[in-house]
Design a protein around this ligand. Structure first.
Ligand SMILES: Cc1cc2nc3c(=O)[nH]c(=O)nc-3n(C[C@H](O)[C@H](O)[C@H](O)COP(=O)(O)O)c2cc1C
Length: 365
């Protein structure tokens, strides 16, 4: 009897996973996940920001003691890569976030679990033996936010990541065109006990944006309050402006994810790669900076570290791999990326993460 080779084994890199996922997923779901805001200019820049940088190859260095090990928030990480929070992963595979968590654990890679996960934060936590952080989407009721972060702590999460860049969605024309809707049976299970939102009537001179959705959005005061109340370190995700980064540091956030939400919110904002050097300069060498948006190759991870990131997050690549082959495919994808990073470090003559800096890139000092 001949055994069928799983589809994912033909994937040689993360772009292959994207291609295979496009074939495997319903059109509307693929378009929703792939798509960016409006004209997708930021989405494209998230890629070109990497492609436009060149790495200096350095020859004849001894790299036989090489390692991708690093420390983030005092925790030992095997590699400076983490799974980004990606909502509703059951859209990709019936095993959802649990499969992603198993894969991450197998590869010794951490995971941020979304408020909008399609399996409960407790179920996912049980499968995660690596760094596990809970991503919070701010909810209107302060007490309810507190309940969520206490619940996360009880479930074993070690940090809270509060996402601040998407109080309202960007203009998502691609998803609209594809008539994307959340499939039946998939829901935000973590929020089942959320108090109902007060119903609102708008007068003709009121805006559904300013007086509607944005009236539920957090402000700096709310985040400061959250940081004071949280017994876990708080990281702020979705910061691009250096002044906001500095403010986040000053109010006590333990780190920042420099991110434009995968180009999915406001279009034409800069890529994280374009702004991270200025942010690193302001916050100092020791502050924790993670970065995401467009990571597809080991060389991308290397370039992000060279410009000042301590680690990077993967959004769409985990969803694509999950869609192609569940947990084994996510593990395979992560292994590919880690090995690509190792190859890059070897050929750039940088055996350790601490050796990677802006001098490794052409025209950067
Ligand atoms: C389908 C999808 C769902 C996402 N869901 C969340 C979420 O629930 N919370 C969050 O903070 N970010 C979310 N993000 C943003 C990712 O965490 C991450 O910032 C972004 O995807 C990184 O870019 P990349 O996809 O190019 O790797 C989502 C992104 C995608 C593509």
């Amino acid at each position: 009897m001949t055994q069928q080779t799983p589809a994912f084994q033909s994937a040689l890199n993360l772009a292959d996973y994207q291609r295979l996922a496009k074939e495997a997923l319903p059109h509307s779901i693929y378009e929703y996940v792939y798509g960016g805001g409006a004209d997708e200019i930021t989405l494209q820049q998230n890629r070109s920001a990497f492609d436009n940088l060149s790495i200096w190859p350095r020859v004849l260095n001894d790299v036989t003691k090489g390692t991708t090990a690093t420390k983030i928030l005092g925790q030992a990480w095997r590699t400076p890569i983490m799974l980004a929070p990606v909502a509703f992963q059951k859209m990709a595979h019936e095993d959802g976030e649990i499969a992603a968590a198993r894969a991450a654990s197998a590869l010794d890679i951490g995971m941020m679990v979304s408020t909008l996960s399609s399996q409960s934060m407790e179920e996912v936590s049980e499968q995660l033996s690596t760094p596990k952080w809970f991503q919070l989407y701010w909810q209107l009721d302060r007490d309810y936010n507190l309940a969520l972060i206490r619940r996360a702590q009880k479930a074993g999460y070690q940090a809270i990541v509060v996402t601040v860049d998407s109080a309202i969605h960007g203009i998502r024309n691609r998803a609209q065109r594809a008539k994307f809707e959340l499939p039946e049976g998939i829901e935000a299970v973590n929020l089942k006990d959320r108090p109902p939102l007060p119903s609102k009537a708008f007068t003709p001179d009121q805006s559904i944006v300013f007086q509607g959705m944005m009236s539920e959005a957090p402000t700096w005061e709310d985040i400061e309050w959250l940081i004071k109340e949280s017994l876990l370190p708080v990281i702020i995700k979705g910061v691009l402006h250096p002044a906001d980064a500095l403010k986040a540091q000053r109010i006590g956030a333990q780190g920042i994810v420099v991110s434009n939400h995968g180009g999915r919110t406001l279009d034409t904002v800069p890529s994280a790669m374009d702004v991270i050097p200025a942010i690193r300069k302001l916050v100092g060498e020791d502050y924790t900076l993670l970065l995401d948006g467009g990571i597809q190759r080991g060389t991308d991870v290397f370039k992000a570290l060279a410009l000042g990131a301590n680690a990077v997050l993967l959004g769409r690549p985990q969803f694509y791999a999950l869609a192609v082959g569940g947990a084994p495919a996510v593990a395979h994808m992560l292994r590919i990326l880690r090995e690509e990073l190792e190859v890059t470090m070897a050929l750039a003559g940088t055996p350790c993460i601490a050796d990677i800096n802006s001098e490794c890139l052409l025209n950067r000092d």
